[in-house]
Design a protein around this ligand. Structure first.
Ligand SMILES: Cc1cc2nc3c(=O)[nH]c(=O)nc-3n(C[C@H](O)[C@H](O)[C@H](O)COP(=O)(O)O)c2cc1C
Length: 329
């Protein structure tokens, strides 16, 4: 699949997730075959960019190309300026967030709240596409609520305004994360536009990725929560889509090494205090994914006061897990 000048190595991409898709996790997922991995969303308001958190969100050192920066905002000029600034800082694709239902975002009438105002969507897309000479992509939901599924209209506006690819989460803004994602609207959108479309929402196995691609006709799939504690899912989905086979399980020793290297990269990226906190989240997910009785081990890992203790606990528990069998299923 191609986005502007970039030929993606895979049509299975990582969904942008604030608090999750930091640089270490993006690199990890790209190494496992994610075709693309957008940054956590960055506010278009440059006055908010001086915080450590914001600086870390804009850090792409050592990341495979193309580097994708996701922007959230509602004012066309502010978004255009933010896009220009991020391209100057090394962004190779700008992704616009019109999919996030979080109050923090929607309170300022951005994210998926924008879907209620199609003329404003057009003005934003026009301003950003014309502000930069890199591809601009868009992430949306299927509509505002189930009575107002205007995803097809928004997708057509996106195509008219020169958006290079579209990702569609198969829920409305009002759905938040409730109920199951639906793919009919994504199929309708794909049938009405010529730009590449990524289907997103509840895709959590290689077989489901295949089914959603077949049903929607989408060009690619975008995986979010299924990557939590399982960055290797990209390998499995790629293999299934390319060769129709299910990937053999990774060796436990390899999984242990991946987890420990992930921890290390988080500590280096965030430093001691934030490193231990962010690593807790990932360790919790790894425990849930891999261990038969995760609760006591999880508790010990969560309670570790610093990176050294946390790392030592992780080494101990995942060593034991390796010792217990050859491969995980
Ligand atoms: C923790 C978390 C943070 C998210 N942050 C963003 C974000 O910053 N930008 C965005 O466009 N979507 C965000 N999303 C939505 C995901 O990109 C994706 O659309 C959604 O999780 C559905 O896909 P999934 O079922 O594969 O997880 C977030 C989702 C989660 C779970």
């Amino acid at each position: 699949m191609r986005i502007g000048p970039y030929l993606l190595p895979s049509r299975v991409v990582l969904a942008p997730m604030a608090g999750v898709t930091d640089r270490p996790f993006r690199i990890l997922c790209r190494n496992f075959g994610a075709g693309l991995a957008a940054s956590e969303m960055i506010s278009a308001d440059a006055r908010l960019w001086s915080t450590t958190k914001s600086r870390q969100r804009r850090d792409h050192a050592g990341e495979p190309e193309p580097r994708v920066v996701q922007l959230a905002g509602s004012d066309p000029h502010t978004l255009a300026a933010a896009a220009r600034a991020n391209v100057a800082l090394g962004a190779q694709i700008i992704d616009l967030n019109m999919g996030c239902p979080a109050k923090k975002v929607c309170g300022k009438a951005c994210g998926s709240a924008l879907l209620t105002d199609e003329p404003l969507v057009a003005r934003i897309l026009h301003a950003v596409v014309n502000a930069v000479d890199v591809p601009v992509t868009l992430k949306i939901r299927t509509g505002w609520d189930r009575a107002h599924k205007n995803g097809v209209n928004v997708a057509r506006i996106a195509e008219e305004q020169g958006i290079a690819a579209l990702a569609v989460h198969g829920r409305t803004r009002a759905d938040f994360y409730q109920g199951a994602a639906e793919y009919h609207t994504i199929r309708d959108i794909k049938a009405r536009v010529r730009i590449p479309v990524f289907a997103n929402g509840d895709i959590d196995t290689p077989q489901k990725a295949r089914e959603v691609l077949d049903f929607t006709g989408a060009d690619g799939v975008m995986l979010g929560r299924a990557s939590h504690g399982a960055p290797w899912i990209f390998r499995a989905v790629n293999l299934h889509l390319r060769e129709g086979i299910l990937a053999p399980p990774l060796l436990r020793a390899d999984v242990r090494d991946i987890i420990l290297a992930h921890l290390d990269s988080l500590y280096v990226f965030y430093g001691e205090e934030t490193g231990v906190r962010i690593a807790r989240k990932h360790l919790g997910w790894y425990c849930e994914q891999l261990l038969e009785s995760p609760a006591p081990i999880r508790r010990e890992l969560m309670g570790a006061p610093n990176t050294a203790v946390q790392f030592a606990h992780a080494v101990k528990h995942f060593e034991q897990w390796v010792g217990a069998a050859d491969a995980f299923g």
